[in-house]
Design a protein around this ligand. Sequence first.
Ligand SMILES: C[S@@+](CC[C@H](N)C(=O)[O-])C[C@H]1O[C@@H](n2cnc3c(N)ncnc32)[C@H](O)[C@@H]1O
Length: 313
Amino acid sequence: MLREVEKIKEDFKSVNPKFVERYEKIDDSDEFYLFMAKPLRCSFRVNTLKARVEDVVESLNDRFELEPVPWCREGFFVNAESVGGTIEHMIGLIFSQEASAMIPAIALDVKPGMLVLDMCASPGGKTTQIAQYMQNEGCIIANDVKYDRLNILISNLQRCGVTIARVTMKDGRFFKRFSDRFDRVLIDAPCSNVGMIRKNFKYLKLWSLKEVVSLSRLQKELVMAGYKALKPGGVLVYATCTLDPLENEEVIDHLLSNTDAEIVEIDLPVRRHRPITKFEGREYSKEVLKCLRIHPQDNDTEGFFVAKILKPS
Ligand SMILES: C[S@@+](CC[C@H](N)C(=O)[O-])C[C@H]1O[C@@H](n2cnc3c(N)ncnc32)[C@H](O)[C@@H]1O
């Protein structure tokens, strides 16, 4: 096993030595590298706007072995490389979604009738999940800044029968002009995508510290804008599929230092790592310990970070 880990680390180094240097400070464990090199398990979520969980499970059981995702009632791991070609996917009964990516919409705790801002929405995995929890009642502003990603968002909303989404194309920072307006805000932020390396090695090649630093600046502005737009008493969820503290704990620490935001613990059956409170000479508020930091080896998923934030009334 030691030789296997050494070989994986050497492979990672040969693709991007700066990544390995950086992650020596974040997670240098053997398990981390073993899971980073392992292909990601396929998973999907049943779209309860169109079908009942039991009926879809019964239909898929003929062809696949399913295993429930412990933290999501509608989520299942499946022994397939992809479910994208199934009839159930084509007609919107299921949505192919990574299991840890199911957490933010659950943590958002929406109710039918609410006004929700999904600030970075494309391709719509979390928008469609939020819509099913809202039972297609209320309104979701599904926003993304990139024109070429809006088509896939709209097509996913249509395929899943979501009728309460209004699609907008704005920089997320635009929403700071709507003071105290939304019941819920989701910021599934653009990030350095380290969690996605298990899906595609191109993300290892693309990773750079310069990009992490620049993303961290943008993420702080997005979270401040989203918090401004949130109603008192409302909930904001901030999520990334990466593990760098600059893009996670530091962003939340920035929000806590500049507003009256409070962090709420996420009570789900998910194995997790302790959030990072000291990094490269910086010290973050101990409150960040309430956030969810998931490394790939914790649940055999993508790496993920989720913070649930309350705006006091
Ligand atoms: C992690 S992806 C979102 C995934 C999506 N929430 C889902 O569950 O399918 C991040 C998205 O943020 C968008 N984005 C990047 N910069 C942005 C900005 N300044 N404002 C709004 N969206 C932005 C990207 O185009 C990308 O689609």
